[in-house]
Write a protein that binds this ligand. Structure first.
Ligand code: SAH
Ligand code: SF4
Length: 378
């Protein structure tokens, strides 16, 4: 392949280490990476020609071999409560059996003093959790680091953050489509870009990775980074969790919790959030709350109770208000910190995945009536 046909490197796919190597490979001094990162992330400038403190020859070389390419917006939806959701086009995979149109979602949830962006890490998911329609859609492909970082870059740009460098996105949660730890290789550099003070400069508590419990990767994560961790528990015993979160058959609750406490110790972290989707009559009974409290007692743990987001073709129902309140009270009575996640953006299907599912349904016979479905942190 000659230089003219070789694909350009998307710089959003490189963290500080990767970019430094890239720059050195072009024959430039390593410190140029700092300048370039400042242009890209502090000033949000993507045009190399405008990067005036870089030598003209270097700018031309960059333009020839590199680019800043963002995910393409297919549609935008704004809720009456200010929640915004974008359906983004993920470039088609080389795999001929993959769906022809691949869509991912990101959701922005504004709150006083902060703006949370919920981003995707994969197109589809292989974990097959029984209450999740991203899971029902199956695994399509991993997102690249550039596609993961590009979501935050794009959101800041679409939200028109002030030119003084203030950004709309103050918190990033990997709770959209996909299992981030199943795409470890591409997610790790993205976490680094989110937290690097030369890039998005978000503190470790403002970047949350949510996992269904890939235990070996949780140990790796403890070595490699220190972002906040959320764990999708959803059941207080193995019998029930095996049904809801099939990865539990490989890594049961005891093993999962050991990995959680190890993560906290290794990272000197403040606490782990346990997500618990409340499914009517399935995992929302008082005995479940009592059993859950027993698992977490005395630990640095918070429980985030999530009202189930129904989607067509799924057998579960959202728990009633009373059941949710009772569950939460039973945890509080046992000194477990618990909150009920507010549902946001209901009028625009802001539960990550639902719009993507609709688009995919229209274009793929293979997927039939399966839809994506995901909750967002509110
Ligand atoms: N794969 C990761 C991260 C994405 S899922 C994980 O499972 O943690 C983000 C959160 O949304 C998880 O806690 C997941 O269990 C929850 N979720 C999935 N489907 C849902 C639904 N239909 N209603 C409510 N929450 C759902
Ligand atoms: Fe995948 Fe998370 Fe959905 Fe389970 S809940 S299928 S891990 S996206």
């Amino acid at each position: 392949m000659n230089a003219a046909t070789e694909p350009k490197t998307n710089l959003l796919g490189l963290d500080r280490t990767g970019l430094t190597e890239f720059i050195v490979g072009l024959g430039e001094k390593p410190f140029r990476a700092r300048q370039l990162l400042t242009w890209l992330y502090k000033r949000r400038v993507a045009d190399f020609g405008a990067m005036t403190d870089l030598a003209k020859g270097f700018r031309e070389r960059l333009a020839a071999v590199a680019e800043v390419r963002l995910p393409e917006v297919l549609s935008e939806h704004v809720s009456h409560d200010g929640t915004r959701k974008w359906l983004l086009k993920a470039a088609a995979s080389a795999d001929a059996t993959a769906a022809p149109l691949q869509a991912i979602e990101m959701v922005f949830i504004p709150e006083p003093g902060r703006g949370t962006l919920c981003i995707s890490s994969q197109v589809g998911c292989a974990m097959d959790c029984s209450f999740c329609s991203t899971g029902a859609q199956g695994f399509n492909r991993n997102l690249s680091t550039a596609e993961i970082v590009g979501q935050v870059w794009l959101a800041n740009s679409l939200l028109g953050a002030a030119a003084d460098g203030a950004r709309a996105v103050t918190n990033v949660v990997l709770m959209g489509m996909g299992e981030p730890l199943a795409n470890y290789r591409n997610v790790l550099p993205a976490l680094s870009v989110f937290m690097d003070d030369l890039c998005f400069d978000l503190s470790r508590r403002r970047v949350t990775l949510s996992t269904s419990g890939l235990v070996p990767q949780m140990y790796r994560l403890a070595e490699d980074t220190n972002c906040a961790l959320a764990v999708s528990l959803h059941a207080p015993n193995d019998e029930l969790r095996n049904q809801l979160v099939p990865i539990n058959r490989r890594h049961p609750i005891k093993e999962l919790l050991e990995a959680c406490w190890h993560y906290l110790d290794a990272q000197n972290g403040r606490s782990i959030t346990f997500e618990y989707v409340l499914l009517d009559g399935v995992n929302d009974q008082p005995e479940h709350a009592i059993e859950l409290a027993r698992l977490l007692r005395g630990r640095d743990a918070k429980v985030n109770l999530i009202p189930f987001n129904p989607f067509p073709g799924n057998q579960y129902r959202r728990s009633g208000r009373e059941a949710i309140a009772r569950f939460c009270d039973l945890l509080h009575e046992r000194a477990i910190t618990a909150t009920v996640r507010r549902t946001r953006g209901d009028d625009i299907d802001a539960a990550c995945g639902q719009l993507a599912g609709e688009v995919t349904d229209r274009v793929t016979v293979r997927l039939g009536s399966k839809r994506f479905g995901m909750a967002v942190e509110a």
